[in-house]
Design a protein around this ligand. Structure first.
Ligand code: CXF
Ligand code: ZN
Length: 367
């Protein structure tokens, strides 16, 4: 079938809106009529060639829409179901068997190869190969193919167009706090970097009843929003040394730190602000050459921990509906991060995300 898609053809360049060919679903694939897709920082990292998806590619991995058609072997969803599309996983490796599909042994090939595992891409243009299947979806398009393993049904009673980012950026931040760090009531938490992932983490820390929640950033407007969403303190790194300021606020340091920047010097600051037995989570994609430098004695001698976290260690089928319930109960107002754009404005959405004007752009697809 023909689809309208935004194609990344060159690093750092605008996406071009083109008409492409999309294959019909294979046995375990699902054709989704995409209503809206969030823009995630990872889309831009891939566009710029820092992760291995070959260009040209249809990116987009926070898609929400309605099941249009399913492959012959699909039992999980049916045409008409409301769904979001999340990361893909294999279902057969030891991690998938242990219900830990975020750490699927095939996570990178399945989500970043721009093709199915057999090397085929479901997208093409007049015989030209175009990477598809990005995060098992390539949802910067009005139709996308996903898989039984990365489709998640969502309930009625909430605007479907709002829900795509729950399937990546928002579950990444909230899940890091709730599922991975398991922030405890009464604890001290700091979140370094308060973009969409960091602000989701702030809201989640409040849900977990942390008593001290510190937002660390250099953008005064975002710090103000962090306060509105649950931060008890803000630290602007333009005005002070974050470690000293966190020590002043907490007295002895952090039980939990979460770095959302992926920047090695910021990660070092986050670890330096940990209390004894404190844990720092990291989740940013900083490219293949980033290395973290820590002081060995400081890190070792007080039992401090550093933890890599992918997609908030979420089990999307239960965690996404849980986030929706929290939202409906007023405890997780993630809609405050969102601004909608029309499909023709996708490059403006990306520019506004890069400049920081918009925290979480969502692009509505044309039909
Ligand atoms: C990605 C970041 C790089 C590691 C895998 C998960 N997050 C999605 O945007
Ligand atoms: Zn993402």
């Amino acid at each position: 079938m023909q689809i309208k898609a935004a194609v990344a053809r060159e690093a750092k360049q605008a996406l071009s809106i083109e008409t492409l060919e999309l294959e019909q679903p294979d046995t375990h694939e699902i054709l989704v009529k995409v209503l809206a897709t969030g823009v995630c920082h990872t889309d831009l990292v891939v566009r710029d060639g820092m992760l291995p998806t070959p260009l040209p590619a249809v990116l987009g991995h926070e898609g929400a829409g309605i099941v249009e058609h399913v492959g012959a072997g699909v039992t999980k969803v049916k045409p008409g179901d409301r769904v979001v599309m999340t990361f893909n996983s294999c279902g057969t490796c030891p991690s998938c068997h242990h219900h830990d599909s975020v750490y699927c042994h095939e996570f990178f090939p399945l989500n970043f190869n721009g093709a199915r595992l057999d090397g085929s891409s479901p997208i093409s243009k007049d015989g030209e190969a175009i990477s598809g299947n990005f995060f098992g979806q390539s949802s910067f398009a009005n139709f996308a193919l996903c898989n039984e393993r990365n489709v998640v049904q969502v309930p009625d009673g909430i605007e479907l167009e709002l829900l795509g980012p729950l399937a990546c950026g928002i579950q990444t931040g909230a899940g890091a706090i709730i599922n991975a760090l398991k922030v405890t009531p009464g604890s001290t938490v700091a979140v370094f970097g308060v973009g969409s992932v960091g602000l989701s983490a702030i809201m989640a820390a409040k849900v977990c009843s942390a008593t001290t929640i510190i937002a660390v950033d250099q953008n005064a407007e975002r710090l103000a929003l962090a306060k509105e969403l649950g931060a008890t303190h803000t630290v602007n790194v333009n005005d002070c040394n974050s470690t000293e300021e966190i020590m002043n606020i907490t007295g002895y340091g952090l039980n939990f730190a979460l770095d959302t920047t992926g920047l090695p010097p910021v990660i070092r600051n986050a670890v330096e602000a940990l209390a004894p037995k404190g844990t720092c989570g990291i989740l940013g994609a900083s490219g293949p050459d980033a290395e973290i430098c820590l002081n060995e004695t400081h890190f070792m001698s007080a039992g401090r921990r550093l933890m890599g976290i992918v997609e908030g260690e979420s089990h999307p089928e239960t965690f996404i509906p849980e986030l929706i319930r929290l939202h409906q109960a007023g405890f997780f107002p993630f809609d405050k991060l969102v601004r909608f754009y029309e499909f023709e404005e996708i490059n403006q959405a990306i520019a506004d995300s890069e400049s920081g004007v918009t925290i979480k752009p969502i692009v509505r697809m044309p039909h």
